[in-house]
Design a protein around this ligand. Structure first.
Ligand code: NAD
Length: 447
């Protein structure tokens, strides 16, 4: 609304005090937009995020009120609609720790698309890189921290959430220190390198009275959520079997992912975890037994410390058998298929950041098969995930994927490794009767 007024040619005729007000307001918005990662490189923001908005606009007005008239026939495909974000001064402030691939390629851009979350601080061990990124995203020098000054986040009121995007072995330390600094923690998957570490992370957040969520983006992604709905409503009868596969061909043998101490394992905790976590998410029940096999190409320097391939079968109390496979040496494949009594549902790709595809097949009572692609508008998974956490922080709700969800995956992965070590012998898991036993409040659908 405001920017429209600014561009209006009639503006030149408005009185000087009104023009001054509009100019001040636009400068304020620019500052907030930059701090929220909405714009590119500009001069340093003059105002702290939100200050300009709360001093210029009365509560209850702003972009959340805007509705546009329909311009297409009802039979046309629906557009995305007005996003209706929270006013910037009301969004939850994030400090992102670790400026590697995931942060720079996905998380920071996603913060520009989020509606309840905003970037306000950075933590990195590379000051030069951080300075460049801070300038791009309008982060003040005062809001840039090193690993050594990380604990000083305690004194930064703008930061409510710390998002940990570091190598797996560092998740525990930065969660514990972050909780002690009085911040809520969003931690990348895998939660940690062992169940013991996961337990310490949960305990530290509980002790500090802070929330802990594991960044399982697939559980917030609309197509995978649609599959969950089809499975749980038995749209194609009872689920009988699931196949899931997540493979990628690793490059540099010296990267942290190929080091056991930093990564905890190879393909399994990095990409195989998607198969495990998604199958549990679709069914809502917990496996009672696992069997597994493991293989690494002899002499391949990438697999000196961590495994290349793992296949594992999860047996569920309802009778569902899920066959999963993961690999670090074969070409990109990220898919699953759920087999029901009267049809199947497939996601291929299922675990990518973009371009997910949902297909289903079933037969009518006469046995005529129909296959169809189900189309659901693509959403930024990272933005949805962060906005869910922000909503939980604001409304004091348990996140859908809390620390307990990450701990359960870790326990199952430990059982998978045990079975592989014991030549594929079945390993029993403690029985869990409750549905969605480790999940909190489900995400609210967002435009
Ligand atoms: P990356 O190697 O690209 O970045 C890691 C960052 O950690 C770098 O900025 C690096 O400088 C820093 N770092 C600090 N100490 C380090 C050390 N001792 N060794 C190596 N790097 C160190 O990794 P990434 O792909 O950004 O992954 C980071 C985390 O995010 C991992 O836990 C990974 O599993 C997770 N991840 C999640 C997804 C997802 O889709 N949710 C995708 C990729 C990665």
């Amino acid at each position: 609304m405001m920017l429209e007024q600014q561009q209006n040619p009639n503006e030149t005729s408005c009185d000087p005090s009104r023009r001054q007000f509009i100019n001040q307001a636009s400068r304020g918005l620019m500052a907030m937009g930059v701090a929220g990662g909405l714009l590119g490189v500009v001069d340093n923001a003059e105002a702290r995020p939100g200050e300009a908005a709360s001093s210029l606009w009365p509560q209850g007005t702003g972009p959340t009120d805007v509705q546009l008239p329909e311009i297409h026939a009802k039979t046309e495909p629906k557009g995305g609609g007005v996003p209706n974000p929270q006013p910037v001064d009301q969004r939850v402030g994030y400090a992102v720790v670790g400026l590697g691939h995931l942060t720079l390629e996905e998380i920071l851009p996603a913060l520009s698309e989020s509606k309840k979350s905003k970037l306000v601080a950075l933590v990195s061990g590379s000051p030069d890189k951080m300075q460049k990124i801070a300038r791009q995203y309008g982060i003040k020098p005062d809001n840039c921290y090193s690993y050594e000054t990380y604990d000083k986040l305690k004194d930064n009121k703008e930061v409510e959430v710390i998002y940990i995007v570091l190598p797996n072995s560092m998740h525990m330390e930065y969660t514990v220190r972050g909780a002690k600094a009085g911040k809520h923690i969003l931690c990348e998957k895998p939660m940690a390198n062992s169940a013991k570490e996961c337990e310490k992370m949960i305990e530290a957040c509980e002790k500090a009275g802070k929330k802990l969520m594991i960044a399982y983006r697939i559980q917030y992604e609309p197509m995978n959520r649609k599959v969950q709905e089809l499975v749980r409503s038995k749209a194609y009868g009872k689920t009988k079997m699931i196949e899931a596969m997540n493979c990628q061909n690793q490059g540099d043998p010296n990267q942290w992912r190929q080091k056991k101490a930093l990564a905890g394992g190879g393909a399994l905790p990095d990409v195989g975890l998607y198969c495990l976590n998604t199958v549990r998410f679709l069914l809502g029940e917990e496996p009672s037994e696992v069997t597994a096999q493991l293989y690494s190409t002899p002499g391949d320097p990438r697999f000196r410390e961590v495994e290349e391939n793992v296949t594992f079968t999860l047996r569920f109390p309802s009778g569902v058998l899920a066959n999963c496979a993961t690999g670090y040496g074969s070409y990109n494949a990220k898919r699953y298929r759920v087999y029901g009594e009267t049809g199947w549902i497939q996601m291929d790709p299922a675990f990518s950041y973009h371009g997910l595809k949902l297909e289903r097949a079933n037969a009518d009572p006469e046995g005529n098969e129909s296959k169809a692609a189900v189309s659901i508008g693509e959403k930024n998974q990272f933005a949805l995930e962060m906005d869910h956490f922000s909503e939980c922080v604001k409304a004091n709700k348990q996140p859908y994927t809390p620390g307990e969800e990450g701990l359960q995956d870790q326990r199952i992965m430990e059982a998978i490794y045990q079975s592989a070590r014991e030549g594929g012998k079945p390993v029993k898991l403690p029985s869990v009767a409750k549905q969605d036993a480790f999940r909190g409040s489900p995400p609210v659908a967002s435009k």
